[in-house]
Design a protein around this ligand. Sequence first.
Ligand code: ZN
Length: 286
Amino acid sequence: MKRYGLVEAGGTKFVLGVASNKDDIEATTRIETTTPAETLGAMVDWFRSQGDLSGFGVASFGPLILDKTSPDWGHIGITPKPHWSGADLAGSLKIAFGLPLAIDTDVNGAALAEARWGVGQGANSVLYFTVGTGIGGGAVVDGRIVHGLSHPEMGHIRLPRHPDDREFAGTCPFHGDCLEGLASGPAIIARWGASLSDLPADHVGHDIIASYLAQTVVTMQAVFAPLSIIFGGGVMGTVGMIDRVRVQAKALGNGYFAGDIDEIVTLPGLGDKAGLLGALALAQAD
Ligand code: ZN
């Protein structure tokens, strides 16, 4: 039985684990994301204490350099996150352990895990979005993660503005009012001073954010015709948000796209284990 080291690399914390299959995560720990030297050093130290491993699966915040012909494969790309642009995430483990290593974005990992074990089981086209500190999206088609020159950046698509949301400039440092710049947690706080969960249920923010996510749904239906579009992340913890997205997506689609929105658009099936299980799915697929 292969035992894999698993890394869920996030902007605020790294979650580490060891598992041989999805039902048996033997050990986990959390490390604060500070500087690459500190965090990656602590990660390597923890895995050294975990006995024999067969390889690693790493599901990370992006952007990531995933071109296998590049000397920078497995590095973090250019990110506004201080210290982390160019950090050699994969290399820190490769150099320390010399074992096989699979790395992809957290959302691609989660999409693969949901396609294998979660709500996307049996679907030939599964999309996973996280809506939190940032917005990311990943796609699994016919069992394989979709890549191009790099991984998709679905959080940075452009959307028409909600009529009651024309003034806000958006928070994306690259594009201003892209999807992430309009609907991520920081964008919500920048407009209304609180997260949606802390605003009254009849606050206009709920419908504005739902409208951008619903536009995302119909855009993805047009591009991928997915059987499953899964929305995770902190913003989706807002009571009623998934239902608001469904209602607005149905109205926007106007009966044109195949499938039942109530079945297509869901919360994650794997819950808070999606990150580590994503890393496991990546390791097993390598
Ligand atoms: Zn953007």
